[in-house]
Design a protein around this ligand. Structure first.
Ligand code: ZN
Ligand code: ZN
Length: 228
């Protein structure tokens, strides 16, 4: 496996998951994604899959002040076999299993430690949900919480509202990521179905397509979806 790296610090790697497309580990808030380093297919997809599971019964998201960030890897559905492949990427490794598992019954999900740095992680704009493009300037971090990235000054300004990042930022600074996550309810798919999807003025077909797009499904891209 070759391990090309771009000059700007982003970690780009090759894996047998998609032998022909360089990959990245992406992060958007508390969600982690297996991303393509460049747009793929006619729709210009950047995300292969959301790779973590956020559940109110898990002690996550967890931004450890010391040591590495950890998350619970979702090994089901489109993620089947992916963790195994990602663990094979070395020099240096991307992820490491901690040995702890979450969930109950047959559904045991492994906890993983993220070994790459924030600089090596593909960033997503906290406002417009745009992903970084390789060979373009990196997105800038909120200088206060250092946990939200923005593609432009305009997006950062637009997100600085009491209902959005202005109220989240101090909580994130205090390490209260669980609280922020609970407010956004991004982990709660059932709640999204009941309360958010219903708000969408869209045809059944469109709504169906949105379910395939973790970008929309997890965070929504419209203001109407981001209130609350
Ligand atoms: Zn943006
Ligand atoms: Zn902030």
């Amino acid at each position: 496996m070759s391990d090309p790296r771009s000059n700007d610090g982003l970690r780009v790697f090759k894996s047998s998951i998609f032998p022909d497309v360089p990959l990245c580990i992406g992060r958007k808030g508390a969600s982690w994604f297996l991303c393509f380093s460049c747009p793929v297919g006619a729709r210009g997809t950047r995300i292969h899959a959301c790779i973590n599971r956020i559940d109110t019964s898990f002690p996550f998201p967890s931004e450890l002040r010391e040591g590495h960030t950890k998350f619970v890897f979702d090994t089901h559905g489109p993620n089947h076999g992916i963790l195994q492949q990602l663990l094979k990427v070395d020099d240096p490794p991307l992820l490491r299993k901690t040995g702890t598992e979450f969930g109950s019954g047959i559904e045991k999900l492994p906890e993983v430690e993220v070994l790459i740095t924030p600089a090596e992680t593909l960033r997503c704009c906290g406002r417009c949900n745009k992903w970084e493009a390789v060979c373009m300037p990196r997105f800038q971090v909120c200088s206060s919480c250092k946990l939200r990235y923005y593609c432009s000054k305009e997006c950062q300004k637009a997100d600085w509202k009491p209902s959005l990042h202005k109220s989240e930022c101090p909580l994130l600074k205090e390490g209260k990521e669980n609280e922020v996550e609970a407010r956004r309810r991004t982990h709660d798919n059932e709640w999204w179905l009941k309360n958010k999807m219903r708000e969408m003025e869209t045809s059944y077909e469109d709504a169906d397509a949105l379910f395939d797009d973790p970008d929309y499904f997890l965070y929504g891209a419209h203001d109407s979806l981001r209130k609350g």
